[in-house]
Design a binder for this molecule. Structure first.
Ligand SMILES: O=C(O)CCC(=O)C(=O)O
Ligand SMILES: [Fe+2]
Length: 519
């Protein structure tokens, strides 16, 4: 990942002289830049975030990335709607099961297709409130989604404090329809048949339905043979370990060769892990993240690209929504206290660049795929202290202790495995139950836990750091909305995040006043 520095006295330019942030697709530029300095939203004002010296972006670190990145090939996924066809009674049974799981998934609705003809799509919706089945018809998927809105939109109460929406107004997410294996359904006549199960996501992005704790879904993912370089497919079983947060344990996601590659790549480029700085952060608090880390240049080599495609293929989330993979190393006693991977707009009232990057609540990190690149036999688990058990209650009610590793659910670090969890709910709101952390590796002095994060967002960045009007809800004014305290470039936040305010003050303090906090 290359975040170009603004030249002394000027902003970074590409070959054609345009000011640019990086060589990556524009839509992700800020997200990727945020990732480059290890932005991570920390969970509470009780144990606030710590700020460290901004780190060097990976591409400027010693040792160039492998030069042989192949062309961007999109791998279609193998399991499609046609493989999960069912009869109407089977569909109705599954619809009931998904509608009444013992954990709240606001914004998720299972439908059964009653009939589909060239002129009409007819679906059966199950309304949670009165447990009634309603018939809904329309000419197209869009018509049906519109007709479902008044019926389904508020079928859960709004008073759960573990479901958080931004206090700012933002454009509503478009509802979308997906097959239970992640196929985006846009053309009913081509894609659907009577008896099909189809799922509505109010947040507009596919999330694997977990069904129940212990449920296993087998997903074929693209792999490349290390010696022959032949492309093929491998089945990765994903086991539901929690319904809230929705979390899965994946076995055999990485090969031994890939783990060795990641460790070798990262070892030369490590720097201390920083944290995002929220409004409430107090730098005097004890360290909450003591690991070291680095980033793998997005698409920077054949191996990296293959790993990224595997992650996107498995989650069914578009490649364009992914950040650079972050590799993290913990030695004995190092840890990452409980935190959330999303950025809550409500934590950044004083930080216009952050508010703009999450578009006031419209966009955020949706999924985390955390890979275990080495095994740790004692400690080193990923823990979820606010997870719900099979009956829909916390394992051992959370006491607010961000360091208490063994209170909720813990996933063991086994080399090659991974944990997939969602920070957003199907309606696009923040899931406070996604709170999680990394426990300390214990035992021998030379114990090491290697892991890697593939974060995937729910939306591309459409506004490139610019703010947009907020009409229906009162927005709290951010400090830099003061006249004279503005950024001249939408890339200022990313440059500031990589340390340019101190490295290149003559340009930055004049042109990025808000992001450098220079007003
Ligand atoms: O180390 C782990 O198990 C989790 C790490 C993590 O949550 C993160 O890096 O954001
Ligand atoms: Fe995390």
């Amino acid at each position: 990942m290359a975040v170009k520095k603004p030249a002394k006295g000027g902003a970074p330019k590409d070959k054609s002289g345009n000011v640019r942030l990086s060589h990556l697709a524009k839509p992700l530029s800020l997200a990727v830049a945020l990732a480059a300095v290890g932005y991570a939203a920390y969970a509470s004002s009780r144990t606030p975030a710590r700020e460290r010296e901004p780190a060097r972006p990976a591409s400027r670190a010693r040792g160039a990335a492998e030069p042989e990145a192949s062309a961007h090939v999109v791998h279609p996924w193998r399991r499609r709607m046609a493989d999960v066809r069912m009869t109407m009674p089977e569909c109705l049974a599954k619809q009931r099961k998904l509608t009444h799981i013992p954990a709240i998934w606001p914004g998720f609705h299972a439908l059964c297709v009653e009939s589909v003809s060239p002129s009409e799509l007819v679906v059966l919706a199950l309304v949670r409130g009165d447990d009634s089945v309603r018939t809904v018809r329309g000419r197209s998927v869009l018509d049906v989604l519109d007709a479902l809105k008044p019926l389904l939109e508020s079928d859960y109460g709004q008073d759960d404090p573990t479901i958080v929406d931004s206090v700012y107004a933002y454009p509503p997410h478009a509802w979308e329809l997906f097959s239970p294996v992640g196929e985006h359904i846009t053309h009913a006549q081509v894609q659907l048949s009577a008896g099909d199960l189809a799922c509505v996501y109010e947040g507009g992005q596919f999330i694997w339905p977990g069904w129940e704790i212990g449920h296993v879904t087998n997903i074929e993912v693209p792999v490349v043979d290390a010696s022959t370089r032949e492309e093929g497919w491998r089945v990765v079983p994903i086991t539901t370990v929690s319904l809230r947060p929705l979390a899965f344990e994946l076995s055999g996601f990485l090969t031994d060769e890939e783990c060795a590659f990641i460790i070798e790549y990262a070892s030369k480029r490590l720097f201390p892990s920083p944290l995002a700085h929220m409004d409430s952060s107090n730098r005097k608090e004890e360290d909450v993240r003591t690991s070291t880390q680095t980033f793998m240049t997005r698409g920077g080599s054949r191996v990296i690209l293959n790993l990224e495609h595997r992650a996107h293929n498995l989650t069914r989330l578009p490649y364009e929504l992914g950040e650079s993979i972050q590799v993290v190393k913990y030695q004995k006693g190092q840890k990452y206290g409980a935190h959330r991977d999303f950025f809550s707009a409500n934590d950044y009232h004083q930080q216009p660049a952050m508010l703009a990057s999450v578009e006031y609540g419209a966009r955020n990190r949706l999924a985390t795929l955390f890979w275990y690149v080495s095994s740790v036999h004692d400690g080193g688990e990923t823990f979820f202290p606010r997870a719900l058990n099979a009956s829909g209650v916390e394992y051992n009610p959370w006491n607010g202790d961000h360091e208490d590793c063994y209170r909720g659910l813990a996933v063991k670090p086994i080399k090659g495995n991974a944990v997939l969890f969602y920070s957003l709910l199907p309606n696009g709101h923040l899931d406070e139950r996604s709170l999680h952390g990394g426990c300390k590796p214990r035992g021998a002095d030379d114990v090491v836990k290697w892991g890697a994060n593939q974060w995937i967002w729910n939306q591309p960045q459409r506004h490139h750091g610019k703010t947009f009007p907020r009409k229906d809800r009162p927005a709290r004014p951010a400090s830099s909305s003061r006249p004279g305290c503005e950024d001249a470039s939408p890339d200022c936040a990313a440059w500031a995040a990589t340390g340019e305010c101190s490295r290149n003050p003559s340009y930055m303090l004049a042109s990025c006043r808000a992001s450098c906090g220079h007003c």
